[in-house]
Write a protein that binds this ligand. Sequence first.
Ligand SMILES: [Zn+2]
Length: 167
Amino acid sequence: MKSVHPSSPSFQPGRHLEVLDEPVHDAQRDAERIASPAVCTECGAVYGDGHWSWTSPPSHALQMRCPACRRIAEGRPAAHVTISGQFAQEHADEVMQLVRDVEHREKTAHALRRIMAIEPSGDEIEVSTTDVRLAHDICNALQDAYDGKLNVDYDEGERLLRVKWVT
Ligand SMILES: [Zn+2]
């Protein structure tokens, strides 16, 4: 007998997306491998005290590429968010602006949370991010702003989170 408990990633309105908390260990592991302090040669984010932020680098900082810029360079997003349905199609500009606003807010506070791509494709909007938390925040913002249904799937092998939002 299998228990009906935590492995099902289905989402119920009003609950937080606990399933999205899991894959975050990847980013933490990335951070642990870095000898502090360091500065990203691509975006200028600075590593120190266990995390990346937008501060000024110390003069002896190591030059390297931050985990977000590495994902962007390798074309390897941490999460895909697909927004689909008639509402999304009719309000694509508004929905994409909401997604960009969430990124702007999150990226300011958390240097590694970035959108890799956001593009309309048919009646869907495809968003890829460098961080699962950003996908989580985008979904929460969509949930707060619009009616919709969310499907969450984490691919353990690919280490990729796929979220589908249907309006
Ligand atoms: Zn960077």
